[in-house]
Design a protein around this ligand. Structure first.
Ligand code: GLA
Length: 390
């Protein structure tokens, strides 16, 4: 993976080739989610953290009323007219910029055009949220270049709005929030119903969270994601006939939640709702285990979460199941689960630092045997949020 020094050197070169003047430098991280999966659109709590790999930008005001932008990863150049920001399928990645610019403007902030070159080291299609990283990065660029007093929570909200309203992808707020509000060595405990949040120290002593990339290309992820969202809405509609709730995860504070769920007769909808309630309870249990430094319990919660995402929510798939199975059998592993939207992408595993090499070899071998694919094992510290690099 290309490191930050190499990326910054390259961006300096590419910016000088494409645009005049001295640019400023920016960074936005990507994210993993420790636990609390597929419940950010069901009013649950999640526990994500920003990581040190992410997206970098060189940018400068251009005195025009347009954004001129180049992506090194995609080798793609395009321009956006700030007076006419509308989604256009043919613009591809530029729509993330368009959405952010449109909604920052609509929120009442004033700014003009700028030139931008971006490059990231987030593996493509890995489910580590390269799109949210780009959205928040563009927000940071606009905020810094034009001295806007816009908060990071608002940047996260506008990032989600870009996905939901501009790109028509019905995702929750977890990714943008984790990236915009990331803090070193901390996970963010986010209540997605109220947006209340707090930071939880991640002190893993002789353990480390490793990222396991299945390297499986993503397909049909969006339609399956929207299908899950609809299923949980239907389950909520049924539950509302029996209890006064606004979202499924509210049930986790009811002692008799198991009984209440039995009102859902359809087996599939029952499983979806059960995942939501139990996953929300696991987030609370994870926070307790982290505070108690109970690492065995943390590992078990990761395993339980994966099982529920596999059997109840059904968003894992052969590759994520194989890689987490391999991880659980490998040396020094306390637990493993998929992270993010699922179907493909990455898993995380809680692993003893000393066993890292052996663990990696064993997981790769097992995964190759089961799927004929090569896995990548990524090590990245929990890092802070978006920033200007001075
Ligand atoms: C994707 C979405 C998030 C969240 C996760 C699953 O990453 O963007 O909002 O729903 O899937 O937890």
């Amino acid at each position: 993976m290309k490191d930050d020094k190499k990326i910054l050197e390259n961006l300096a070169k590419v910016f000088a080739e494409k645009f005049p003047g001295n640019p400023r430098k920016f960074f936005a991280p990507s994210r993993i989610n420790i636990i609390g999966e597929h419940i950010d659109y069901n009013g649950g709590s999640t526990l994500p953290c920003a990581i040190e790999i992410g997206t970098y930008a060189f940018a400068r005001e251009n005195g025009l009323n347009k954004i001129r932008a180049y992506s090194v990863n995609l080798e793609s150049y395009g321009e956006l007219d700030l007076e006419n920001l509308v989604y256009d399928k043919n613009l591809g990645w530029l729509n993330y910029l368009g959405g952010m610019a449109k909604y920052i403007k609509e929120a009442g902030y004033e700014f003009s055009g700028f030139d931008l070159v971006v490059e990231g080291n987030i593996p493509t299609g890995s489910g580590l949220s390269s799109s949210a990283s780009l959205e928040v990065l563009v927000g940071q660029v606009i905020k810094s270049l034009f001295n806007l007093e816009i908060s990071y929570v608002d940047l996260a909200i506008l990032g989600m709005k870009t996905e939901n309203d501009y790109l028509d992808l019905q995702t929750g707020i977890m990714d943008q929030f984790a990236i915009a509000m990331g803090r070193e060595n901390s996970a963010i405990l986010l209540d997605t119903a109220s947006l209340d949040y707090s930071y939880i120290d991640v002190d893993l002593k002789n353990l480390e969270i490793l990222i396991l990339n299945t390297n499986k290309p993503r397909s049909l992820v969006e339609s399956k994601y929207n299908e899950r969202r609809e299923e949980t809405q239907t389950a909520l509609y049924i539950l509302k006939k029996y209890v006064d709730i606004e979202n499924i995860c509210q049930l986790s504070s009811f002692e008799n939640w198991e009984e209440i769920l039995l009102h859902i007769e359809d087996k599939t909808l029952y499983k979806r709702a059960r995942h939501c309630v139990e996953e929300d309870l696991r987030v609370k249990a994870m926070v307790k285990a982290m505070r108690d430094e109970d690492y065995q319990k943390m590992g078990k919660l990761l395993d339980d979460s994966h099982r529920s995402l596999r059997d109840f929510y059904q968003v894992t798939g052969k590759e994520l199941d194989a890689i987490t199975e391999g991880a659980r059998m490998a040396e020094g592993c306390l637990g493993a689960r998929m992270t993010g939207g699922g179907f493909s992408g990455c898993a995380i595993a809680l692993v003893e630092k000393e066993a890292k090499e052996k663990f990696s070899q064993q997981v790769k071998a097992y995964y190759k045997e089961k799927t004929s694919r090569n896995a990548d094992i990524i090590s990245s510290n929990i890092g802070s949020g978006p920033r200007e690099i001075l």
